[in-house]
Write a protein that binds this ligand. Structure first.
Ligand SMILES: [Zn+2]
Length: 500
């Protein structure tokens, strides 16, 4: 007998529908899975057999063939286990086959018959076009984002009982993302650091990458953690897109609410290139740069990351997408991030204070070489951050709150988008003259900086983009003033005193 069960697989952050066709017929007892399963998908044979027997059902001593259609699509991971088990029960008439068209099934099976959570439940749920989806209980929360009924289940026995009418389907969890309030770390908690706070606002408004160089204890990490609070709210479709990526990475659990804040990711400097960028040999998953999509990727101690990891970041930063190619598939992960990095000025971290640095010239040069010129070039904003002085530390909170800055940032962003359709960090060199027209005096300042080697040709263009953002933040008109241009130049210092 033949049963067909709807399920799905995930590639990149997109789900693809899969029809699980199960045939149980005469012949020597055996169990074959065809249709391009990967290793963990093929191992379903052993999991499904044990789970069915643990749930109180006999294993049919007949020839079982499972075809995963379409057969040219690679199926990865154990998420088809539940569909295969249900298909076998349908093929031997334990379950009424006519019911199966109503449901899609997702879930990994444990040997004891439990239904375990899976990676990518949300994009897979998207791909299944049946009126209802049966999914693992621990994926229930993310599945509430689907626009159809979802039944979160904990065991295979429960699924069988519900399908045969012995018990009612469980209700989905209640929490909807719109009821969750946004968390904003407060900018006022940081004393002093006027310049760094200004750079954060400019960075948020224009989407400019920011490098902070300063001694340990200057508050670089605290500053970086405030950046997501300054970014605009994610729209519903953006939040869904971000949640899909986190679902594909298996980062969402029963306890964790679907994302509404722009994400903040701070991978450790020992992170491998794969964990930073995405991919992986056995099963592909998004990297930190994609988990930070529409939010902030913070690289603390930039110079300590491996050169291969940093090199790998350059292309995704430019293209705002990661492409990973393997034998049977190519995965695409969105990666539009705001990069914030911090570094000590030298290995001991004290080179800002006169006489305090204990590093040799060679050690300093080696340290600076770690961050390659092309990567350094990606940072439109490069500032020095010093430790706050005592009088600042004990002063009353001052300056704008995070919410106030976020409001100005949102206005500046909408000005930029109304003008050119994108944020200022994405202004193309060819569009500079029309978007950032220069006065004569502004032009001569840039020419001087170029001829003195203080700015590269690319640097001139990037300074103009930043000056546009400053003008947008200040609510200015079409023309960028000389003061705004000079401020942009002062926020692109050479942090180590070597070529721009
Ligand atoms: Zn030093």
């Amino acid at each position: 007998m033949l049963a067909i069960v709807r399920s799905a697989t995930v590639n990149g952050v997109r789900g693809h529908p899969v029809d699980v066709e199960v045939h149980v017929g005469s012949g020597l007892p055996g169990f074959t899975i065809v249709g391009l399963p990967d290793a963990s998908c093929r191992e379903a044979r052993d999991r499904v057999r044990a789970a069915l027997m643990s749930s109180g059902h006999d294993w049919p001593q007949r020839r079982i063939t499972v075809n995963l259609a379409p057969s040219d699509l690679k199926k990865t991971g154990p998420s088809l286990d539940l569909a295969i088990a249900v298909g076998i029960l349908g093929a031997i008439d334990t379950i009424d086959r006519s019911l199966l068209d109503e449901f899609g099934f997702l879930g990994e099976l444990g040997l004891d018959g439990t239904v375990r959570p899976i990676r990518g439940a949300l994009p897979m749920g998207d791909a299944i076009k049946t009126p209802s989806v049966v999914a693992p209980h621990d994926n229930g929360l993310e599945m509430t984002l689907l626009d159809r009924s979802v039944f979160p289940v904990t065991t295979l026995a429960e699924v069988i009982d519900c399908l045969s009418g012995k018990q009612a389907w469980p209700d989905p969890p209640e929490v909807m993302p719109s009821t969750v309030r946004r968390i904003r770390p407060e900018l006022q908690d940081i004393r002093g650091q006027k310049l760094a706070k200004l750079a954060l606002a400019i960075s948020a408004a224009g989407g400019h990458h920011l490098l902070m160089v300063g001694p340990p204890g200057a508050g670089k990490t605290m500053l970086a953690r405030r950046l997501p609070a300054l970014l605009p709210d994610l729209t519903e479709s953006e939040a869904l897109e971000v949640t899909r990526i986190h679902s594909a990475a298996g980062e969402l659990t029963a306890a964790k609410v679907p994302l509404i804040d722009p994400p903040f990711r701070a991978p450790h400097h020992s992170a491998s290139a794969v964990s930073l960028i995405g991919g992986g040999a056995a099963s592909m998953r998004p990297g930190e740069i994609s988990l930070a999509h529409r939010g902030v990727l913070f690289l603390d101690e930039l110079g300590e990351f491996t050169p291969s990891a940093l090199d790998g970041l350059r292309q995704p930063l430019e293209e705002r997408v990661v492409r990973v190619t393997r034998a049977h598939s190519t995965a695409k992960y969105p990666a539009s991030v705001q990069l914030v990095a911090s570094m000590n000025p030298c290995p001991c971290g004290e080179s800002g204070a006169p006489g305090a640095c204990r590093c040799s010239d060679a050690a300093r040069a080696r340290y600076h070489r770690r961050v390659s010129g092309p990567l350094l070039d990606r940072f439109d904003l490069r500032i020095g951050v010093q430790r706050p002085i005592a009088s600042e530390l004990f002063a009353e909170p001052f300056g704008e709150t995070s919410a106030e800055v976020a409001e100005r940032v949102a206005e500046a962003r909408s000005r930029a988008i109304a003008r050119s359709g994108h944020i200022n960090a994405m202004i193309k060199p060819l569009d500079l003259d029309s978007i950032v027209p220069l006065t004569d005096s502004a032009r001569s300042i840039l020419e001087t900086a170029l001829s003195q080697g203080r700015l590269s040709a690319r640097g001139v263009g990037r300074v103009r983009c930043v000056s546009r953002t400053i003008a947008d933040l200040e609510g200015g008109g079409d023309e960028v003033t000389v003061e705004q241009l000079c401020l942009a130049m002062s926020l692109r210092v050479d942090p180590f005193g070597f070529g721009q």
